[in-house]
Design a protein around this ligand. Sequence first.
Ligand code: AMP
Ligand code: MG
Length: 418
Amino acid sequence: MAQLSDDCFAFGGPMMSVDEAVALIAARVHAVVDLETVRLVDADGRVLARNIAAPLPLPPFTNSAVDGYAVRSEDLPNTSEQAFPISGRIQAGAAATAPLEPGHAARIFTGAPMPPGADTVFMQEDVRIDASGKVLLPPGLKPGANVRPAGEDIPQGTMALPAGQRLRPQHVALGAALGLTGFEVVRRIRVAVFSTGNELAAPGEKRAAAQLFDSNRVMLMAMLRRLGCDVSDLGILRDEHTALAGGLKKVAGEHDLILTTGGVSTGEEDHVKAAVESIGTLVLWRMAIKPGRPVAMGIIGGTPFIGLPGNPVASFVTFVHVVRPTVLALSGALPEPLVPMPVRAAFTYRKKPGRREYVRVSLRKGGDGALEAVKFPREGAGLLSSLVDTDGLVELGESVTQVEPAQNVGFLAYASLI
Ligand code: AMP
Ligand code: MG
């Protein structure tokens, strides 16, 4: 399990910026050390444990990029079409071929190895065959055209994949191209997830009149799974000190991270803070982010604890900025900063300076074809429809105080956040 010091998440300032939060997590959270080997087909989403140097060049041998005729560049016609006798026929997968005689052309197919001596290929669409069976090659082709030299993609011995890479399908493909059958990866991070609140009923349970169904837990679990975590679903804890403290303490030893939602404000019925303080240490991060409210960070028996707010949108947004970097750091993954894409605002907005705000927006194409961000018409941090009916978040930096229509703003698609 991850073992962190009690003061790991301590922070001096009254309000923490999003950048400070991300930097503090990256600096203080250590990766778990257990590794395992997974087959390529199981590697998507896992975090690579070691640098991988290319054991062979890619492509492994020099080959033709097209179906056509291979020649020596010394023989290329200069000014007029020229007839070449055809010697040899080289298919993809052919064994080593004989050297190409000067003044000859070899019939060759895409992916076939270049015959020794040949370094240029004419596309079959650009040539003609004359009555005597010779191939007529036009002038003007550049030496080296239509050939894929060995190692042009990745030279042998160079770093092909860095340790900490979160593997995507293209990385798995590269592993296969290099002849690997699996990857050594960091083991999955084990995360315990609780909801807290007397007002919550689990779907499938009877819901009292003053209760709502717990939606955050499945949302957070789904987000964690997308980050490659093994998730323990630990249900709902009541707003009651003993239940909370007991429930949290029990899971600390077996998990790398404990995540809760709800109960972290400073109201009389917000018991998470006191419960964690009785079994570990806790700091409330007042983050300069909207939607947000305080996020609780702590350590229970060496295991990091994060308490997210209960409002679904606040829970979602703080997950992205606090849980995501923590999980990446615990998994040994390289930091993956969020990169907003420029789009044109189709809304007016006022905000206070000094905090970062996230506006839920849908994208549409403007009259000139440029992408425009349309703001969800309502603001509440409890509105699940605001997350469901939009495409992503517009990020408004700390110094921004207003947005006018046609202004450029940064857009983060939901798909890029997780
Ligand atoms: P809290 O942060 O505990 O004060 O919760 C704020 C509000 O978020 C509550 O009034 C609930 O409406 C809502 N809420 C809290 N927890 C959940 C949950 N697990 N699923 C859906 N809504 C929640
Ligand atoms: Mg509550």
